[in-house]
Structures are given as structure tokens and as C-alpha cells.
Design a protein. Structure first.
Length: 277
């Protein structure tokens, strides 16, 4: 039996994103990483450094069966980092020092000391504090960080969803997300070429085209019909970009059916677009 592909979600944490101090780069990259593997993002949420809101968001993620959530940001050990504590609260588990994460943190501290030509002092207060970055909810698994060895972590709820926690820094987060996908979800990859074929429909209303869209999807299982309306395009004015997308070998027949339906409808058509996904 083929395993059901999970729904992939993203949570982006940080006041700096919501205030506009920093522009989020994670969302487009996660979409890209999933798309390269024939997968798609189903949901994305942003949240500031508010423990109650983060906990509520994570509680929903853990409670939702069949979902995989990537949480980016807030897993450091400064006062504005709350994600580790919120994950523990959402799971009703204690925070504990993960032995593997602690070993990696100590290894990183030894590396830094050697690079600086200084002795490694594990009991120095700042080094002891750094071990807090290895405090994860009890039962968590680590996600290796190839950039500086400070691990992320993952947790799941029986019968619910899995959440993978990575840093807010793209240089660390993105290879960690790739590792999670390649290590845990390769069975769901669909590297069959996907195609999108669309046309500009001038002056049309979505409601009037909905029956045609529904019939194309009904007659061509596996194909998705999409519509992107615009009301003030500088060249086309009010229009809809209407198209079909799916496996490359399935799209041509669905496209012929859609075009036929548009001609029968009497639609005024503009340029066509073909895109490989």
C-alpha cells in the first residue's frame, strides 16, 4: 500500500519578521525545497516572540494527524527565544538536556577555542549557558546542523503531527530542512515532471467559469485547475489566468478540454503560458 503523503506546513517565528526589521526568506525556500522533490506546502503561519501564541500554534501542529511542520526560529538560548520551551509546553513534557545535542555543543565549543588558540573551559559560565541550546522536550530527536553543529530537534505526538525545529538563520535552517526531507520523507517524493498550462481570459468572472473548471477536474483525475484573477493589470485590465497543472503526460488532454470549454463559453483569450514545475 502506498503511504499517504503528509501535508507540509511552515511556522516562521520572530518579532523581527512581523515588524519588518528583517524580510522572511524561509517561506519561498521551503516551497522551493519541497517543489524540487515533487511536494507542496499546504499552510504557512507567522508568529512573533509571544510564548502563548507560539504554544497555541505548536499545539495545533502536534494535534493535527498527517502533517509535517517546519518551525523556523526561536530555538536559541537568549531571553527572546521561546520555541523550545513552547514545544515542551505544547506536548506537556519537561525540557531535558539531550545527550547527543550536548556532545555536539561541547564539540563546537572545543572547535571555537582551538580556532582562537585558547584553552577549552567547559565550566566557564558562558560555556555552561550554551548547553541550554540542547534542552529539548523529553523524547526529542536531533536534527544535525552542518554549519556549526548546534542541533535542531524534532518531536511528534502519537496519532498527531510531527514538528521539526530549526534555527532562524537560513544558512543553517535550509540544509537542515533538506536533511529532514531526504532522511524521513523520500518515499513521498514525486520527481515526475509537472507542467502548468494556462491562458489569460479577458474580462471573465470566476463564478461563471467554475462549472467548466469542475468538469475538467472531474474528467481528468490527477489534474488541478487553477484561476488567478486580477482586477487592475496594467496590460490586460480585469482578467483571469486560468490553467491546468499536473503530471506532464496528463496536462495536454486536460488543456485541450479546457480550451474547448472556453471557446464554447465564448471567452476572449489572451496569451498562453506553459511552465515546467
Amino acid at each position: 500500500m502506498t503511504a499517504v503523503t503528509p501535508a507540509f506546513h511552515a511556522i516562521i517565528v520572530g518579532d523581527e519578521i512581523l515588524s519588518g526589521k528583517r524580510a522572511d526568506k524561509h517561506l519561498t525556500k521551503i516551497i522551493e525545497l519541497l517543489g524540487a522533490r515533487g511536494l507542496a506546502l499546504s499552510q504557512a503561519e507567522y508568529v512573533g516572540d509571544d510564548p502563548a501564541r507560539i504554544t497555541a500554534m505548536l499545539s495545533r501542529a502536534f494535534a493535527t494527524p498527517g502533517t509535517v511542520t517546519f518551525s523556523c526560529g526561536g530555538i536559541g538560548a537568549t531571553p527572546d527565544d521561546h520555541t523550545r520551551q513552547c514545544a515542551a509546553a505544547a506536548l506537556s513534557r519537561p525540557l531535558v538536556l539531550h545527550p547527543g545535542a550536548a556532545d555536539l555543543i561541547r564539540e563546537r565549543m572545543r572547535d571555537v577555542a582551538a580556532e582562537q588558540g585558547l584553552p577549552y573551559e567547559p565550566d566557564r559560565p558562558d560555556n555552561v549557558h550554551r548547553l541550554n541550546m540542547g534542552m529539548f522536550p523529553d523524547g526529542a530527536a536531533i536534527i544535525p546542523n552542518p554549519y556549526n553543529k548546534i542541533a535542531g530537534f524534532s518531536c511528534s505526538q502519537p496519532g498527531g503531527g510531527a514538528v521539526y525545529f530549526v534555527p532562524g538563520f537560513p544558512v543553517m535552517a535550509w540544509p537542515m530542512i533538506e536533511w529532514v526531507l531526504d532522511q524521513h520523507y523520500a518515499e513521498h517524493f514525486n520527481r515526475t515532471p509537472q507542467t502548468e498550462h494556462s491562458v489569460i481570459v479577458m474580462g471573465a468572472m470566476e463564478a461563471s467559469l467554475t462549472p467548466l473548471m469542475e468538469s475538467v477536474e472531474r474528467e481528468h483525475p490527477g489534474i488541478r485547475v487553477f484561476s488567478l484573477p486580477s482586477v487592475d493589470h496594467p496590460q490586460y485590465g480585469r482578467h483571469i489566468e486560468l490553467g491546468v497543472k499536473g503530471a506532464a503526460q496528463q496536462v495536454p488532454a486536460a488543456w485541450v478540454r479546457l480550451r474547448q470549454g472556453l471557446h464554447e463559453f465564448g471567452a476572449t483569450l489572451g496569451p498562453e503560458m506553459v511552465r515546467t514545475l
